[in-house]
Design a protein around this ligand. Structure first.
Ligand code: 1YM
Length: 650
C-alpha cells in the first residue's frame, strides 16, 4: 500500500505540472482559444463562464443568471444552480480547481446531469482564468459557502504564473441557498486597454433568454447604472417576433416543438415582405452560424411537406416541377433551436452542427407538426404556396431573359442596360473571374490599367450609391449605379437572384481608406445583404485592403518607396531604414499609379482581401435594420454606445 500512496503523490505532482503548462499555452497563443485578443476575444471570457451557468439551466437546475460589469471592468456571473461540486477530484486537487485550471474540463467529469451542454464547444472556464489577472469562485452548496481564488503574475526573474490557485478551497460561511458565483478581471497584459461593451453582453443575454423559456437573465453595468432583465416564456416564438418587429409580416408565427431520441427541437418562423431568408440556428443556445445537420433537416422537411401539401390540394399539377426550397423560404425569418447531448461541431471554425441524428430528428418533428399545421390553416398555407410559386416564376423568367440576352437575343429592354461602365475580363470562366467595384472614375482608370485583364473586370462607381435599406426595389432598379452592378454580376436581384448565374468567383469592393470609402462599403454591403445575400453566404464578397501609407525614402540615386497597411508596419519600416523618409498618408486609391495599385491591392499573389461573412444571422439582421434603416433612435443609441468620440480622426 505504501507504494500506492507514493505513486498517487507523484501523480498529483505530474498533474499539477501539466495543469500549469496548459494555462501557459493559453497565454502564449490566446487566439487559438478565444479567436483574438480584440473585443470579440475579450467578450469570449464572459461567454465561457455564462455558458457553464446556462448548462446548469439546461441540466434543469438553474433558473436565473445574473451578470454584473463592475466599475473596474471586472465581471461577476452568478447562477442559482447546484453549485460546482466542492469535493476532491481523483487527481488529488479540489474539483473546483480542476474546473478552472484544466483545459476543456467543463462538464467532463461531473456526472450525468450535464447531458445537454454546450461544454464541448466552449473551451471552458479555465481559459477565462488563464487570461485574467485574478478569478474567484464562490459556491453555495450543502449549507456552506466555499471560496477559492486564482491569480496570474510574473516573478521578477520573468517566470510566469498563470491562473494558479492563490488560496485553498475554504469554507467561508453558511448559506441555505445553492449556486455558483464567478468573478474575474480580464488581464490588461493580454487585452491592452479594454472596454467591455454592455450592449454586446446585453444582446447575448437576451438571445439566451429567448432560447430558454423560463430562464431569467439580468445585466447590471455599474459603470453607467444600466440594468435590464430578460425573461421570455415564448422562447423561439418571441425571438422571431422581436426580429420581425420593424417588418411587414405576412402570417402568424408558426411554432413547432417536439422531442425525440432525447433531442428537444423548437422552431419558430414567420414570413415578411422582403426577400432575405434568415435562419438563426442554435444548439444548446450556442449559435451555429455555419448551419449544419439541424438546419438541413428543417429545410428538407419544409420543402417536402410544402410540396406534398401543394400537390394534395391541387396547387401543383402532376406535370409541374416541385417548388424549390429557396423559393419556399423567400422572406422567411426563422429561429431554430435544438437541445441535445454529445454535440459534435464540424467545419473549419467549428460553427456547424455535425451530429447526424439531429438531421433525422428535426426532419421528423418538422414533418409531423408542419403537416398538421398546414391542414389546420388552409388560408395561410395557400398564401405561402402562392408566394413561393410567384418567387419561382419570377426567378425562371429572369433567368430566361438573362440567357436570351447572353445568347444575343433581345430581352425585354434588358439589353439596353449594357452600358460602357464595365470593363469586362477576357475570360468567360466564372470560376476564375473577379469583379472589382471601384470608388470613383480616377481609381477606376488606374485599376483598368493595372489589372490582370484576363480575369479581372473593373466597374467604377460615381459618388455614393443610395441607401438600399431605405429605398424600394423599384428605386434601386432605376438607380444607375445599382443597375450597373446588377447587370455586371449577371445573376438577377432579390427574389430573382440566382447565385448559379453569377459571372464572378469574387466580388471585391475597392474604396478609399477614408470615411467616404467606409460609407460606400457599408452601403454596398447592405445592398448585397438585402438583394444578393447568397453571394455573401457563399463567401464571394470581399473588401480590398489598400495600403494606408506610402514611405518615400530619399537620398542617393536610388530613391525607393514602401507601403504600410498599419501604424505598426509604418513604424517598423521607418526604423529599419537609415535614409531620410517622407511619409505620405494615402488620401485615395487615385493617388496610386496603376503599377502600385496592382502590386499592393489587386495582385492575387501579394494582396490581402477581407472576406465578408455573416457571423450571427440574427445579430446581422438586427444590426442592418438598426444602422441602415429609417428609425433614428435605435441608431443613435448604438452609436453613443460604440463610437469613441474622443478619438481624433483626420
Ligand atoms: C457562474 C458560472 O459554473 N455553474 C455550475 C457549474 C457546474 C455545476 C453547476 C455542476 C455540474 C455538475 C454537477 C455536473 C460545473 N460542474 C463542473 C464539474 N456557473 C457555473 N453549476 N454539479 C454541479 O456536471 O454533473 C464543471 S462546471 F465538472 F465540476 F462537475
Amino acid at each position: 500500500m505504501a507504494g500506492k500512496k507514493q505513486s498517487s503523490t507523484n501523480n498529483y505532482r505530474d498533474e499539477d505540472i501539466q495543469v500549469l503548462e496548459g494555462l501557459v499555452a493559453v497565454r502564449k497563443r490566446p487566439g487559438m482559444y478565444i479567436g483574438s485578443t480584440g473585443s470579440s476575444g475579450l467578450h469570449h471570457l464572459i461567454w465561457e463562464i455564462v455558458d457553464n451557468a446556462v448548462d446548469e439551466h439546461l441540466a434543469k437546475f438553474a433558473t436565473k443568471i445574473d451578470v454584473t460589469i463592475h466599475k473596474d471592468q471586472s465581471i461577476t456571473v452568478t447562477d442559482n444552480g447546484r453549485g460546482i461540486p466542492t469535493g476532491m477530484h481523483p487527481s488529488g486537487v479540489p474539483t473546483i480547481q480542476v474546473v478552472f485550471t484544466v483545459l476543456h474540463a467543463g462538464g467532463k467529469f461531473g456526472g450525468n446531469g450535464y447531458k445537454k451542454s454546450g461544454g464541448l464547444h466552449g473551451v471552458g472556464a479555465s481559459v477565462t482564468n488563464a487570461l485574467s489577472e485574478w478569478l474567484k469562485v464562490a459556491v453555495h452548496r450543502d449549507g456552506h459557502i466555499y471560496e477559492m481564488r486564482f491569480e496570474s503574475w510574473t516573478e521578477r526573474s520573468g517566470i510566469e504564473h498563470v491562473g494558479e490557485a492563490a488560496t485553498k478551497l475554504r469554507k467561508t460561511g453558511q448559506s441555505q441557498m445553492t449556486g455558483t458565483t464567478v468573478s474575474f478581471l480580464p488581464d490588461k497584459k493580454v487585452f491592452g486597454q479594454f472596454h467591455i461593451q454592455a450592449d454586446t453582453v446585453a444582446e447575448r443575454l437576451q438571445e439566451i433568454a429567448f432560447l430558454n423559456a423560463g430562464l431569467t437573465m439580468t445585466l447590471k453595468d455599474e459603470r453607467t447604472d444600466f440594468s435590464e432583465s430578460y425573461s421570455y416564456n415564448g422562447g423561439a416564438k418571441e425571438f422571431v417576433k422581436y426580429l420581425n418587429e420593424d417588418k411587414t409580416t405576412l402570417n402568424d408565427i408558426v411554432h413547432i416543438q417536439g422531442e425525440k431520441e432525447d433531442i428537444e427541437v423548437e422552431v419558430a418562423f414567420q414570413f415578411h415582405d422582403g426577400f432575405t431568408e434568415t435562419i438563426a440556428s442554435f444548439v444548446n443556445t450556442i449559435p451555429t452560424r455555419g448551419g449544419g445537420t439541424h438546419e438541413t433537416g428543417f429545410k428538407a422537411a419544409y420543402t417536402r411537406v410544402m410540396n406534398e401539401y401543394a400537390r394534395r390540394n391541387g396547387l401543383l399539377k402532376e406535370k409541374e416541377k416541385n417548388l424549390e426550397g429557396s423559393d419556399l423560404r423567400e422572406g422567411m425569418m426563422c429561429v431554430l433551436n435544438i437541445k441535445m447531448g454529445e454535440v459534435e461541431f464540424v467545419g473549419q471554425t467549428k460553427d456547424q452542427l455535425g451530429s447526424s441524428n439531429a438531421r433525422s430528428v428535426v426532419d421528423a418533428i418538422t414533418t409531423d407538426k408542419l403537416t398538421v399545421y398546414l391542414d389546420e390553416h388552409p388560408d395561410e398555407s395557400q398564401m405561402l404556396l402562392k408566394k413561393a410559386v410567384l418567387a419561382f416564376k419570377a426567378r425562371e423568367a429572369a433567368r430566361k431573359a438573362r440567357e436570351d440576352a447572353r445568347n444575343g437575343k433581345k430581352g425585354r429592354g434588358e439589353g439596353a442596360m449594357l452600358h460602357g461602365k464595365l470593363t469586362p475580363a477576357q475570360s468567360k470562366d466564372a470560376r476564375r473571374n473577379e469583379l472589382f467595384i471601384v470608388e470613383g472614375d480616377s481609381a477606376g482608370g488606374s485599376a483598368k490599367q493595372g489589372r490582370d485583364s484576363r480575369v479581372q473586370a473593373i466597374l467604377p462607381l460615381k459618388g455614393k450609391p443610395m441607401n438600399p435599406e431605405k429605398a424600394k426595389l423599384g428605386d434601386i432598379l432605376k438607380n444607375d449605379e445599382y443597375r450597373a452592378i446588377i447587370h455586371s454580376i449577371g445573376a438577377g436581384i432579390a427574389n430573382e437572384f440566382d447565385v448559379e448565374d453569377c459571372l464572378y468567383s469574387k466580388i471585391i469592393l475597392m474604396t478609399d481608406a477614408d470615411m467616404d470609402g467606409a460609407h460606400i462599403q457599408v452601403l454596398l454591403l447592405t445592398f448585397f445583404y438585402r438583394y444578393m445575400k447568397p453571394l455573401i453566404d457563399e463567401g464571394r464578397v470581399y473588401i480590398a485592403q489598400p495600403p494606408l501609407y506610402k514611405i518615400n525614402f530619399k537620398g542617393g540615386k536610388n530613391a525607393e518607396s514602401k507601403y504600410a497597411w498599419t501604424e505598426e508596419q509604418l513604424q517598423v519600416a521607418l526604423k529599419q531604414s537609415k535614409k531620410h523618409a517622407e511619409v505620405q498618408r494615402f488620401k485615395g486609391l487615385g493617388e496610386m499609379n496603376p503599377d502600385q495599385l496592382w502590386e499592393t491591392t489587386m495582385n492575387p499573389e501579394t494582396r490581402s482581401l477581407m472576406q465578408v461573412i455573416i457571423e450571427d444571422a440574427a445579430k446581422t439582421e438586427r444590426r442592418v435594420t438598426t444602422l441602415m434603416g429609417d428609425q433614428v433612435d435605435p441608431r443613435k443609441r448604438w452609436i453613443m454606445d460604440h463610437v469613441d468620440f474622443t478619438e481624433v480622426t483626420e
